[in-house]
Design a protein around this ligand. Sequence first.
Ligand code: S3P
Length: 426
Amino acid sequence: MREQISPARALSGAVLLPGDKSISHRYALLAAIAEGTTKIANYSSGADCQSTLACVRALGPGVEKHDGAVHIDGRGLEGLHAPDAMLDAGNSGSTIRMLSGILAAQPFVTRIGGDESLSRRPMERIMKPLAQMGARIEALENRFPPLTIHGGRLHPMEYTLPMASAQVKSCVLLAGLFAEGRTTVHEPVRTRDHTELALREFGADVEIERHSITVTGRPRLQGRELRVPGDLSAAAFFLVAALIVPESSLTIHGVGLNPTRSALLDFLAEMGAQIKILGVTSTGGELMGDVLVRKSRIRGGLLEKARAAALIDEIPVLAVLGAASEEGLVVRDASELRVKETDRIATIAENFKRMGLAITVREDGFEVPGRQSFHAAELDSFGDHRIAMAFSVAALAADGPCTMLDSGAASVSFPEFFGTLQRVAE
Ligand code: S3P
């Protein structure tokens, strides 16, 4: 699939987002091991979250859609059964890494794999802690999917994460639910805390102390009625688009504003973005509100350390903003970009080159000068949803129509992306 994107004069009107991808995965996984039915409104329409639902269904819990909500008929901590075939996590790192925490505690063997991109992503980061808890996991070359998980009785443990990763933290906490006693994860920097908040919603005992999270094993989780806020990482594409396309003024409704994610809004505001947040409410322990954004003069900035980790998913579109800014953007301490759906430092640099944009690549980031002109080009998502959307935003500011190859990749997190873009762009 390829998409033609024309330069835009203005973006205006209102945008509705898919449900947050991170929260949707967590609600589905916890619903599967809770007792009773969980009803999830605004569950992400993205392919990744549908992969999680397919895996859940294959393990026994009923999964149905009623009036736009996903209903999951939970089986309790002991109720899952062995799937008939290998579980397919598709393109989704979150699915394979977090679900493995649950599979590691099952009294059966499971195989779980995914597409070509997922098959190149590192899994030793979850294999190591799960092995310490008592599971035996085999992988290709000891690190790549598919994984064969020989589950069993797990011991609680204390684990210090070697990298900032909410997926690994969540994997260990989910495994900890099945172990008798307290499991603690220490993180180098605070990462998104959706698992902790969701665990509390389902009735688990979770203690959070600065960078350490402790869960008490063997809780009785209860099915719940939940609503997923709109995905702030999906909003990022429209925020940047409105900031760089002249005469733009956009309202983005129902955006998730969890403080472990909303560093994006602070960073944009520091760079000069005119952003207003209205009508903040809370649902399932998660904040949400409407975000208003106008075309603004963006100074540029530096993204490093904990902040680079907090904004890791937004870096592709921030690179585009950096090139349109006055002083450019420097990104450091972001080598995790190299092991996402693509090596994002390489795929950002390649699309920059195609648009005639300057970029200096480093091992753990890049430097982008400001005040650059975007030239029409044939762009490529390389099968990565965030690259597809980031460079479609860049195309809006180009000097002629651009083509995005493999544009269908956007549907991994935001199937409605191109339709929404067309509706708000003039
Ligand atoms: C996610 C955590 C991040 C992020 C990914 C979603 C999550 O990955 O990049 O898109 O939902 O926990 P890491 O845990 O690998 O940093």
